[in-house]
Design a protein. Structure first.
Length: 248
C-alpha cells in the first residue's frame, strides 16, 4: 500500500531505509560461472559441450544475454519459451505492474537521470511472451509516470514491447481513493486493445490491486516483491489462467 513518503522510506525487498538524498545504488546478484579445466585433446562431443558453454555462459558474464542462467546454462528467455510451449491455450494479453513487479524499486524514489535495472528474469519472460505472439501492456499507479517512461526507454522497452501503457497516478499522488486499476487502467487497456478481460493475465505486487482487478474476470497473480516477475510466476500465472473460463 502506497503512502506519501517522508524523507526516508523502506525498501520492500531489503528492509533498508532509503533517503531521497542518498546516493542510489542498484544491487544485482552476482552470477557464478565456471569454465572447463582443459581444452586440449577434445573429442567432438567435448567440443560441442564447450561450444554450448561459450554460447550461454560467456555472454552472460559479459552482460550480453538478458536473464539469468541456471545450472544447465539455459537463459531466462529459453526457460520461459519452454514453459510457454507446453501451454495449450495462452492468454491474449499479459498486463504488468511496474514497481516491485518488473523492477525492484519505487519510481518516485529516483529521477530520470538514474539507470534502472529489471528483476533478473523479467526481461526473459517478456521477450519469450513477445516471441510467442502474446501481447503485453502496463498498468501502473506510479506518482511519477515521467520517471517510469524514462526508465522504460533506457531499458529498451518503450517501443514495440507493449500495446498499451496505462501509467495513471492517483489524483494526489499517493492516495488510495482514485485511479484504481479496475476503474481506470484496465477499461483503458480493454478499449485500446479490444481484448476481453477473461483473456487477460495480470501480475502485480499489491493484494489490493489483485483483488479488485480479479473481479473484472482478469486472471490476476500476486508476485513477490523480492523476486518480481520470474519463470516461477510465469508458470503460476499460466496455471491459474488455464483453470478459468475463457468462453464468450
Amino acid at each position: 500500500m502506497r503512502k506519501q513518503p517522508d524523507r526516508c522510506r523502506s525498501d520492500k525487498a531489503t528492509g533498508r531505509h532509503i533517503s531521497q538524498n542518498h546516493n542510489k545504488r542498484w544491487v544485482t546478484a552476482a552470477t557464478k560461472n565456471h569454465r572447463p579445466s582443459s581444452v586440449s585433446n577434445m573429442s567432438k562431443a567435448q567440443a560441442k559441450v564447450l561450444c554450448l558453454y561459450m554460447a550461454f555462459a560467456v555472454p552472460q558474464v559479459l552482460g550480453v544475454v538478458a536473464g539469468t542462467c541456471n545450472a544447465t546454462g539455459m537463459t531466462a528467455i529459453t526457460q520461459a519459451a519452454a514453459v510457454l510451449a507446453e501451454v495449450q491455450e495462452l492468454p491474449e494479453l499479459v498486463v504488468f505492474d511496474l514497481d516491485y513487479t518488473l523492477w525492484p524499486f519505487w519510481c518516485e524514489m529516483y529521477t530520470t537521470r538514474d539507470e534502472p535495472k529489471l528483476f533478473p528474469e523479467a526481461r526473459g519472460v517478456m521477450e519469450a511472451l513477445k516471441d510467442s505472439g502474446v501481447a503485453m501492456a502496463l498498468a501502473s499507479r506510479t506518482p511519477t509516470p515521467e520517471v517510469a517512461r524514462a526508465f522504460l526507454q533506457k531499458l529498451g522497452l518503450s517501443k514495440g514491447m507493449f500495446v498499451s501503457q496505462q501509467l495513471i497516478p492517483a489524483s494526489s499522488g499517493f492516495d488510495h481513493n482514485s485511479a484504481h486499476k479496475d476503474v481506470r487502467h484496465f477499461p483503458a487497456i480493454q478499449k485500446e486493445t479490444g481484448i476481453s478481460y477473461n483473456r487477460m493475465l495480470f501480475y502485480d505486487d499489491e493484494d489490493r490491486n489483485i483483488h479488485r482487478v480479479s473481479k473484472l474476470g482478469v486472471t490476476s497473480v500476486l508476485v513477490s516483491t523480492s523476486e518480481g516477475v520470474s519463470i516461477k510466476t510465469l508458470k503460476q500465472g499460466l496455471q491459474a489462467y488455464s483453470k478459468q473460463d475463457h468462453s464468450g
